[in-house]
Design a protein around this ligand. Sequence first.
Ligand code: BGC
Length: 262
Amino acid sequence: MRRIGIDVGGSTLRVGEVDVRSGTLAGPVDAIPMPAGARPDDVLQALAASPVLRAGEGAVGLAFPSVAQHGVARTAANVDRSWIDLDVAAAFTRLTGRPTVFINDADAAGLAELRFGAGRALLAEAAAGGPPASRIMVLTFGTGIGTALFLDGRLWPNAELGHLMLPGVTDTDGEGWAAASVRTRLALDWSGWTRRVNDYLRELHRLLWPDVFIVGGAVSEHAADWVHLLECRARVVPAVLRGHAGVVGAALAAADAAQGAA
Ligand code: BGC
């Protein structure tokens, strides 16, 4: 079975068709530049025009960098404020005629990693008597920091722990301190940036004590450059699905919702 997954990132909108039984892309991903201003009408219209979307059929999963509560965007940390309180699922259905499941982007990436990526191996190892993995936190480092919390493989949606304040950092939150975009903006080398990520991991761990962190986002394509520099009392493993986890996870969410409704 195939479903369309959409991942709205800070600078790029990605649309892909996903084989939801294997968690793999069924074809090339449309990468559309984020329209200037990132306003709802412009973004939704750019997505609706995607050839990949139009060629596919059935429900669509739309992953977005905000709290996504029952189809409605509730926050707008890195996008235009006019998204707040918009029923994005209904608006996209009106535009495309396609049933739409609206999901937080980190939650989508987390679902994909748990089912088909790094999390699958962790859960299998734990089930076979290996290191525990009942509490897994998936982190995505990009324009902001996305967080997805899993207890025994089940998601607690909309955890917004990228906005955690760190001890000793008074002028910004966790993502303002350690997102991948901060590395670019401040021209930090990998070790300079990972020192900041370590500050962030330390605080997250102190408060929530996960067994494992899965670290992802587009920056996980360079995992070999930085993941070994992380210091943390929990296990840390790189994400496996890399830049496409959001697209895959959005498609999974669409397929799961259709199944739940059946
Ligand atoms: C948003 C989250 C999102 C994360 C990653 C944060 O700024 O508040 O909803 O998951 O960025 O995109």
